[in-house]
Design a protein around this ligand. Structure first.
Ligand code: ADP
Ligand code: MG
Length: 492
């Protein structure tokens, strides 16, 4: 496995008194990809008119009772299995009590003492072979809250309960992360695993994946754990990295000035690129957690969990590993290709039965490259995997050179069709016929007597003549045949 091959790079920060290290732990809130909410049948559709997706339970009407959505439970179990975690066959929902306008119940239903998923771990790489294992402490299920809208009315704040009651998985890591880059990579790895599983769509812009980032610093020399601050509700990996960087510097400054870091909740302001204090850290007892009397303990059957385990799809690390061994491609290319399931599927249908490295090259450089330039998604690609595969067949059997293949690819992209027809219609097949290449070489030799003389003394100069001959053939002459004929003519 890649596990053993991956090595951490320790990032250190220089302070006035010596070298410092960051210690980071994440609490990632991932919205379960479910059409209905955790305890009601209201829709979870994004972008609906305010308060259109609100059931009586979500509005906390008196006497309403929550009914657990088993689909959401299943997705939490699948996510747990996807991060190699133990599944707790018995878990329990608790009430986390607090008052806020976007929380009509007056409490959030969450799992504090007995979460559904226990310890797991993921491999987090910032590039192939560089990174570390980040342990998952637990994953629990909880309700999302509503949203206060401050920009709809000049004098009033409004409350939108569409998000109220949506199922979230809170994924809590141990403080194993050591740099802003690793923090971003941890979120992206969780996102990738959940997208493979289909348990969370990972759309950070829509707020379907957000993280609270816990940061502390410690002297490299002495180690230990310092007091941490928590930066709340971040939904951009770029901002997360900025926030960690400035928070680390702030904390080093505080300590080196003889002060103490105060444990508190901070907010990141993208405009100033810095964090500011929001509130002092609250403790579990501040929330008066207690088991939710409306919900029985959640008891899962072992067989059910095992059935789910057996039906899991191939996950990113395994797929990456397999692409390397099965197709002989580099770990780097495999990482690019397995970023999304769809791109790995695309690659495999191009590469299967052909040449892995060639296919990886074409998919990554030509196809992904062009999609990128034209800001298109893979499912909008004008060239399908079948079309690209058939093009590569013509390269592999040497009907066309790779240079001509790029022209054919361009035609496939803009005009559609199939490589075979394009090669035939535009007369693009490589010329391997010795006599016609000899004739071209004759002409080139006649036109460049000076170069011919030079090449006879120094064979390295022959490249010019090869180039001229290829050019004269419109790129269609087989370069190897041209090369050997020229060497022969030069008497070399
Ligand atoms: P709480 O009980 O206050 O929520 P936890 O121990 O559950 O605190 O940790 C919450 C998050 O803070 C976890 O992601 C954990 O990894 C992280 N964390 C804990 N200690 C530290 C520390 N010293 N520095 C940075 N992060 C930390
Ligand atoms: Mg905690």
């Amino acid at each position: 496995m890649t596990m053993e091959k991956t090595k951490p790079v320790d990032k250190h920060y220089r302070g006035a008194s010596g070298m410092w290290e960051a210690v980071i732990g994440l609490e990632v809130h991932a919205q379960v990809a479910s059409n209905a909410k955790l305890f009601s049948t209201a829709s979870t559709e994004f972008g609906a008119e305010p308060n259109m997706n609100v059931d009586l339970v979500d509005a906390a009407m008196p006497g309403m009772l929550p009914v657990l959505n088993t689909y959401c439970v299943e997705q939490a179990v699948r996510t747990g299995l996807g991060v190699g975690a133990e599944i707790n066959l018995r878990s329990q929902f608790d009430r986390k009590n607090y008052f806020y306008p976007d929380l009509p119940q007056g409490y959030q239903i969450s799992q504090l003492y007995h979460p559904i998923v226990g310890e797991g771990e993921i491999l987090v790489e910032i590039e192939p072979g560089v990174g570390r294992t980040v342990r998952i402490e637990h994953i629990h299920l909880e309700q999302d809250a509503g949203k206060s809208l401050h920009d709809m009315h000049p004098g009033l704040s409004m409350v939108d309960l569409n998000r109220s009651g949506i199922a979230l998985m809170e994924i809590v890591t141990y403080p194993d992360i050591r740099s802003p880059e690793e923090a971003a990579a941890t979120i992206l790895k969780l996102r990738q695993i959940m997208r493979y599983l289909g348990t969370c769509d990972g759309n950070m812009q829509n707020g379907n994946l957000r993280a609270d980032v816990n940061v502390s610093v410690r002297p490299v020399e002495t180690g230990g754990y310092g007091t941490r601050c928590e930066i709340k509700n971040m939904n951009s990996t770029r901002f997360i990295q900025q926030a960690i960087t400035c928070e680390v510097e702030r904390q080093i400054g505080v300590i080196e000035d003889g002060g103490c870091v105060v444990q508190e909740t901070r907010l990141f302001d993208p405009d100033t690129g810095s964090t500011r204090s929001m509130r002092s850290k609250e403790e579990a007892h501040d929330y008066r957690y207690f088991p939710c009397p409306d919900l029985l303990p959640l008891v899962l059957e072992k067989d059910w969990v095992e059935t789910i385990r057996k039906a899991l799809p191939e996950l990113p690390d395994a797929r990456k590993e397999r692409l390397v061994t099965e197709y002989g491609i580099t770990a780097y290319d495999a990482a690019v290709l397995t970023a999304e399931q769809e791109s790995a599927d695309f690659f495999e249908s191009v590469a299967r039965g052909r040449q892995g490295k060639l296919a990886a090259n074409w998919v990554i450089n030509e196809l992904f490259g062009r999609l990128n330039r034209e800001s298109l998604d893979l499912d909008e690609a004008p060239v399908s995997a079948d079309q690209l595969g058939e093009l590569l067949d013509h390269v592999i059997d040497r009907t066309i050179s790779s240079k001509i293949a790029k022209d054919v690819f361009n035609r496939l992209w803009t005009e559609g069709g199939c490589a075979g027809d394009i090669v035939r219609d535009h007369n693009l097949a490589q010329v391997t016929d010795i006599d016609s290449i000899r004739a071209l070489v004759d002409t080139v030799f006649a036109q460049n007597p000076e170069q011919v003389r030079k090449a006879q003394k120094n064979p390295r100069v022959a490249g010019f003549l090869v180039g001229q001959t290829l050019k004269a053939s419109g790129g269609k002459a087989n370069p190897e045949v041209v090369n050997s004929i020229i060497l022969e003519r030069l008497g070399l």
